[in-house]
Write a protein that binds this ligand. Sequence first.
Ligand code: ADP
Ligand code: UVW
Ligand code: MG
Length: 401
Amino acid sequence: MKVLVINSGSSSLKYQLYDMTDESVLAKGLVERIGMDSSILNHKPTGKEEVTEVSEILEHNTAIRKVLDMLTDPEHGVIESIGEIQAVGHRVVHGGEAFNGSVLVTGDVKSEIRRLFDLAPLHNPPAVMGITAAEKNMPGVPQVVAFDTAFHQTMEEKVYLYPIPKVLYKKHHVRRYGAHGTSHEYVSKTAAEYLDRPIEDLKIITCHIGNGGSLTAVKGGKSYDTSMGLTPLEGLMMGTRSGDLDPAVVTFVMNKEELSISEVNSMLNKHSGLLAISGSSSDMRDITDGMEAGEPNETLAFEMYEYRLRKYIGSYAAAMDGVDVIVFTAGIGENSAIVREKVCQNLTYLGVEIDKELNKVRSGDPRRISTPNSKVEVLVIPTNEELVIARDTHRIVLENK
Ligand SMILES: Nc1ncnc2c1ncn2[C@@H]1O[C@H](COP(=O)(O)OP(=O)(O)O)[C@@H](O)[C@H]1O
Ligand SMILES: CC(=O)OP(=O)(O)O
Ligand SMILES: [Mg+2]
């Protein structure tokens, strides 16, 4: 079965086409700057040369059409016709309390994802645009959705409730949900396999740090606690998101600056984090370059990022009464040796010791960066959310045949 996996962002769309007979990737790519002038489609067909095309792509429907054209293109394509795609899997960030696993898309499922727009304003609306566009361009092809929140549905009440009036949970489902669950589940399982130890016996802290970032305390293979909350704004400092702050900051600033709800939301989601403190960029590569050049703003941004991340690791070691494994993953976790080094350098009280040379090795494979003496295994595990979504899609479509 050939499965197309789609991860729709507000102005981007990432895709991968899998052949599930051997889980090989036939092609992958990214459409960026949807809705802006000069959108970019970068297409990487396996075994052929990659292509980049600049054109005007105003919405997700056009983006999907362009992707399908590229997949079937005589020169750059990897399939003869669209009819070869037998299923589509989509990433959806927020599934609320309704979903603890992936499901086939129905009208009810789409309504539920729409109902949750408020809770993931950056992520759920583009996901529905992606689903609708795929339905339009591939009528009759089954669609499956995989939720970032699903893995975290195992959190206990004491972990997921906020200490605010309970009526808000009853009326509006205000609670912690988490995100990046597909990734946290995948890297924690891969870590146990890599170490050849049963996951049931392990306390693992998974650090998914990319543009968005979250940590999960994975106890016995289940999500015990995670740093994102009602929305993907809680927790770590991120590229453009603030992460944790005193909730009074919100009302105080709204009052002083006369900001509306949408303005304050935009400030905290799009104009905070690394971008706000450095004043230059949300990209960790620029931040570390600036720090190495002695720029004070980039240095402060890095120090705040590292400090907040390290505090979360400490708190999850406390939450689980110990930690056996720390996993780094996603764009920053997989690629930034300096972030890993600085975080681990100050975890001596947990018995963490990393090998600085091993830490610098670049590889696309799971690897250990801790020393044999370290009391905690420290691993770098490349995440693969798309593969998990492709597997779920394949399984669910076969079950529903
Ligand atoms: N070589 C690198 N060194 C440091 N940071 C990197 C490197 N490569 C990528 N990144 C960081 O990874 C981030 C993107 O991570 P990714 O997991 O792809 O995010 P998302 O899925 O949210 O788009 C970028 O913002 C960048 O800061
Ligand atoms: C939920 C979330 O933050 O996703 P991303 O990292 O893709 O922005
Ligand atoms: Mg991501």
